[in-house]
Ligand binder design. Sequence first.
Ligand code: MF3
Ligand code: CO
Ligand code: CO
Length: 255
Amino acid sequence: MAVNIKNSAEINSMRVAGRLAARVLEYIEPHVRPGISTESLNEICHRFITEDLQAIPAPLNYRGFPKSICTSINHVVCHGIPGPKKLKDGDIINIDITVIKDGFHGDTSKMFLVGEPPVRAKRLVEITHECLWQAIRMVRPGIRLGDIGHTIQHYAESHNCSVVREYCGHGIGMEFHEDPQVLHYGDPGTGLVLEAGLTFTIEPMINAGKRHVRLLQDNWTVVTRDHSLSAQWEHTVLVTDCGYEVLTLREDEAP
Ligand code: MF3
Ligand code: CO
Ligand code: CO
């Protein structure tokens, strides 16, 4: 696996791209309300990314993806395509933003609660958030990708949830998806040893029911086979000399 270790100029460009991606999630937050369509969310993000941020929405036309963001509601695991469907009270939705600025990618997603979702939905969202942050806090030179995957899997499964295996985190830089693959399950002491200058995403998809997924006819939308709820959070992370830096940190998060 040829992983790409970034130099300090590249790291600075990744910081810029990551910060812009985070700003899109900050910007869209007040719009995520009952009654808005995912197509409208897409349009608002597209305009903000292209006009205000002077950046490129990476999903648009990526391998034929037709929109600028991914919107994944309730039992949709990932890669939901924005459309006329309107958010309703009690939904949970993941909005996944990837921007390209000066050739570098920043990739991040978060869950939004629409109105007042049931306790079991809020619990899944919180468990998935904790999976992401337990993993992030482990990142430093010398730990292995299997350590990260194992921690996520252990936390999810010990809370009676399951980890989606068909999709994973990824190295990121001038390419959207670079080596290595960052699995959200695995065994401690296995896999790539992290080194400073590596940039990658962690983006666990956690289901309230079984882990199995199905691809819809549109060839993008991934749903849980058993129609159980699914949640996902994503950050782009840099391995530093002594730990980690979250490149897509939002103002509402503590580092
Ligand atoms: N942003 C997603 C990821 O985290 C990838 C979306 S690909 C798209 O890797 F084509 F659906 F946009
Ligand atoms: Co990603
Ligand atoms: Co993403």
